[in-house]
Ligand binder design. Structure first.
Ligand code: COA
Length: 328
């Protein structure tokens, strides 16, 4: 059993931060950021809570799908930058959208989150006959977690939300969900800073390099190396299950972290770059939002059309990576 994306919606905060804006906080310049990452500008949440951005995207997705919120049976939220440790962002969005008959929970698989959530949605749809529609919502406010004193990370990230209403389909769907926890210390943000707040009275060292309170830490070089291998691997693991070759895919929708990572993945897959959707120039890395945002924008622009075969491939903190192949 496969899935069909019935409708999508996205929300982008109004505030835009250009590369030049960063020269006010850190020693950087537009040329370095463009050539090393491909990013030109990104959106920054101002007053908007993460749940608000997610709810707005979700309402648009429900409207696009042409269903009523009461028909949604499950809301799956994806966020690494939720406003709360608890409740789940999905519960808040369930209420805000009027999806009164839905169960709600979050999936945290970092930037691979949307692919993980899509696969989870499919499994629920397959095993629960009474479930008609699943609402998957990704929402992120990375700007509240990045360290604006760290020039190698703060320039990479952006905020926003994107959502999709999913239903069953008889078209094939294959996926692969993967994780390599040995890389957990390469990219993380603590919920509490042990060194500063808890002051453990022991010599225990958890191996996570310390960082300013609750801020994102990244070993950029190691994550880069991982990412260039993870994207092709995520595709092949999903594709091999159904005997699909790269040339069978109409559109690759990769996680939008760095255009050089995408170019290397395209080369390794033997696929021309014009088969890859790239939106990171305007939005930066929006973590779990990046894939559904790229998907939503490409659908709205008429680039991705019904009947085309898509490969969604993501990677992120964990280190996680995941691929899903299905027809739009
Ligand atoms: N502006 C100017 N110079 C910068 C800079 C910035 N914003 N950030 C780093 N630099 C400097 C470094 O300090 C270093 O200077 P040095 O040679 O004097 O020490 C130099 O640029 C090169 O740094 P390096 O880390 O080798 O750059 P890079 O080409 O590897 O690019 C990243 C850095 C972070 C862009 C790259 O490693 C990357 O994209 N990693 C993966 C990140 C990712 O995908 N994360 C998301 C996972 S979901």
């Amino acid at each position: 059993m496969g899935i069909k994306i019935l409708g999508m919606g996205c929300y982008l905060p109004e505030q835009t931060l250009t590369n030049d804006d960063f020269t006010r906080f850190v020693d950087t310049n537009d040329e370095w950021i463009r050539t090393r990452t491909g990013i030109v500008e990104r959106r920054m949440a101002g007053w908007e809570p993460t749940w608000y951005m997610g709810s707005e995207a979700a309402k648009k997705a429900i409207a696009k799908a042409g269903i009523s919120p009461e028909e949604v049976g499950l809301v799956i939220g994806c966020s690494v930058t939720s406003d709360f440790h608890t409740p789940s962002i999905a519960s808040v969005i369930q209420y805000e959208t009027g999806a009164v008959n839905a169960a709600a929970f979050d999936v945290n698989a970092a930037c691979s989150g949307f692919v993980y959530a899509l696969d989870t949605a499919r499994r629920f749809l397959e095993t629960d006959d009474s479930l008609k529609y699943v609402l998957v919502v990704a929402a992120e406010a990375l700007s509240r977690f990045v360290d604006f004193a760290d020039r190698s990370t703060c320039i990479l990230f952006g905020d926003g939300a994107a959502a999709a209403v999913i239903e069953k389909s008889d078209k094939p769907f294959t996926s692969a969900l993967c994780s390599d926890g040995s890389g957990a210390r390469l990219l993380y943000a603590r919920t509490v800073n042990i060194a500063e707040e808890v002051k453990l009275e022991s010599d225990f060292d958890d191996g996570f390099p310390e960082k300013r309170l609750h801020k994102l830490y990244q070993d950029g070089k190691e994550v880069y190396k991982f990412a260039t291998k993870a994207l092709p691997k995520a595709f092949h693991l999903a594709a091999d299950k159904a005997g699909i070759a790269p040339e069978d895919i109409d559109w690759f929708v990769p996680h939008q972290a760095n255009v050089r990572i995408i170019e290397t993945a395209a080369k390794n897959l033997g696929v021309p770059m014009d088969k890859f959707i790239v939106t990171l120039d305007h939005y930066g890395n929006t973590s779990s939002v990046s894939i559904p945002l790229a998907l939503c924008e490409s659908i709205e622009k008429g680039v991705i059309r019904r009947g085309q075969k898509l490969a969604l491939i993501g990677f992120g903190a964990g280190l996680t990576y995941a691929g899903a192949i299905f027809e739009y």
